[in-house]
Design a protein around this ligand. Structure first.
Ligand code: SDX
Length: 428
């Protein structure tokens, strides 16, 4: 990083702070030593102006609506690559050549089975348990079965854990869905693609062969690609913070899954589809737009707005195009896509949404596609977590290897009671 300085003066202070410039994007002011040198903290609730780390994995330009995975635009990867290549790219920094890709796919494929005893964990859940509750529990429990890949100081063990997590998430996700139906689990097959295996384990039954629809297999793979990573979002920051304490990778990913579950984050795809179903018809849209603008109404347009994007989320554009293709392939007639398109058009021409730069995000169209493919809304965020595991692992690995990273420990602006004497109960 190239270095300049910035002067901070006032309130009795007058210091120079280093300024760094990345390869692209905003410069940063290094405040690491601010407290030690001045006794001041910086104050940034929600971290809207804070760079928590140095990273080379994903770049987002929110104003321009740009998303790059290791420098490659998401649109180009969506058109020309696949999820296994993207996993390799996020983990290792370069697209694989043919031999590297074949070995990576082989290694991932041969980690897709779960320890047989993990099946018992599912029996502890109610059949109507939300599958995200199951994902948090079972993924965290992997640490109880794969002790040979929990030593984070051993690069080989870290890589084995990374492959295991990427490989086993589809198996666990499909099992969570089967468990909710009371249907038997299907084992992964080594002759299926990553996305095809997942569709087969999810929608197949032991009584007959499952025919993988290549259009749906491609759509599933694309959805995984689009959700793979997204810079220092809430769940990725959770994984990094958990990892900074030295927690094992299975615990870190379980923490990321828990954070992703929130409706303001990964849970928005489930919330968005429910919102579109509640709107129901194009005629009902205006009343929901008014509710979204009403400060006294907690209702928000789910799938709209973003902490970083103040322009179109490039993933939403790709998903909007794919929604038409999947619905046509499946011959699905649903008002949901028409409602979504009309909602987008109305919102985008409304002064409130224009002024606040609220655009459709990744969650706005994904639910329509997943719904058409047969997934229940409760599985939408599970699919998000499945895909994002590749990004979480890449970011976790980058943090572990960063020599400047220590345990993450933010401070606070304390507004509570000053020191006071204890009052015995008889005098309260
Ligand atoms: C994801 O960070 C990531 O990268 C996340 C993600 C990823 O890949 O990891 O991209 C995935 O989480 C996408 C976002 C999914 N969430 C939703 O779709 C939920 C609906 N959206 C919002 O809740 C909201 O837009 C957030 C939480 C996503 C972002 O909120 P911010 O940046 O904190 O902005 P804000 O809440 O302060 O909103 C700014 C203004 C506010 O009005 P004022 O206080 O300025 O008057 O815009 C309004 C908000 O009330 N606003 C909305 C709105 N989103 C923001 N008003 C109506 N509908 C909305 N959806």
């Amino acid at each position: 990083m190239t270095e300049n300085t910035m002067r901070l003066s006032g309130d009795g202070l007058d210091i120079e702070l280093p300024v760094y410039e990345g390869s692209v994007g905003p410069k940063v002011i290094d405040v690491r030593h601010l407290y030690g040198e001045t006794g001041y903290f910086t104050y940034d609730p929600g971290y809207k102006s804070t760079a928590s780390c140095e990273s080379s994995i994903t770049y987002i330009d929110g104003e321009a609506g740009i998303l790059l995975y290791r420098g490659y635009p998401i649109e180009e990867l969506a058109d020309n690559s696949d999820f296994m290549e993207v996993c390799y790219l996020l983990l290792f920094g370069e697209l694989p050549n043919r031999a590297e890709k074949e070995k990576f796919i082989h290694d991932i494929t041969y980690h897709t089975m779960l320890h047989e005893q993990l099946k018992n964990f599912f029996n502890g859940f109610r059949r109507d348990a939300h599958p995200m509750a199951i994902m948090v529990g079972v993924v965290g429990a992997l640490a109880a079965f794969y002790h040979d890949s929990t030593d984070i100081s051993d690069p080989h063990q870290r890589m084995v854990a990374s492959y295991r997590l990427i490989a086993k998430m589809p198996t666990i996700a499909a099992m969570a869905y089967k468990y909710s139906l009371g249907q038997p689990f299907l084992y992964p097959r080594n002759d299926c693609s990553y996305a095809g295996n997942f569709l087969r384990m999810t929608f197949g039954v032991p009584c007959e062969d499952y025919q993988i629809n290549p259009i749906l297999e491609q759509a599933m793979d694309l959805i995984f690609m689009l959700h793979a990573d997204h810079e220092q979002n809430a769940s990725t920051s959770t994984v990094r913070l958990a990892g900074s304490s030295g927690a094992n990778p299975f615990a870190c990913i379980a923490a990321g899954i828990a954070c992703l579950w929130g409706p303001a984050h990964g849970g928005a795809n489930e919330a968005c589809l429910k919102m579109l179903q509640e709107i129901g018809t194009v005629d009902s849209i205006p009343q929901f737009i008014e509710r979204a603008k009403d400060k006294n109404d907690p209702f928000r347009l789910m799938g709209f707005g973003h902490r970083v994007y103040k322009n179109f989320d490039p993933r939403a554009k790709v998903l909007r195009k794919m929604a038409h293709k999947v619905l046509a392939e499946l011959g699905v007639e649903t008002p949901l896509l028409e409602v979504a398109m009309e909602l987008e058009a109305i919102a985008r021409s409304d002064e409130y949404f224009i002024e606040k730069k609220l655009y459709p995000n990744v969650d706005f169209y994904s639910g329509i596609i997943l719904n058409a493919m047969g997934f229940p809304t409760t599985m939408f965020t599970v699919l998000f977590a499945l895909a994002r595991t590749s990004g979480w692992i890449a970011q976790w690995e980058e943090m572990i290897e960063d020599p400047t990273q220590g345990i993450g420990r933010p401070r606070q602006l304390y507004k509570g009671a000053k020191k006071r004497e204890f009052v015995p109960i008889g005098r309260r």
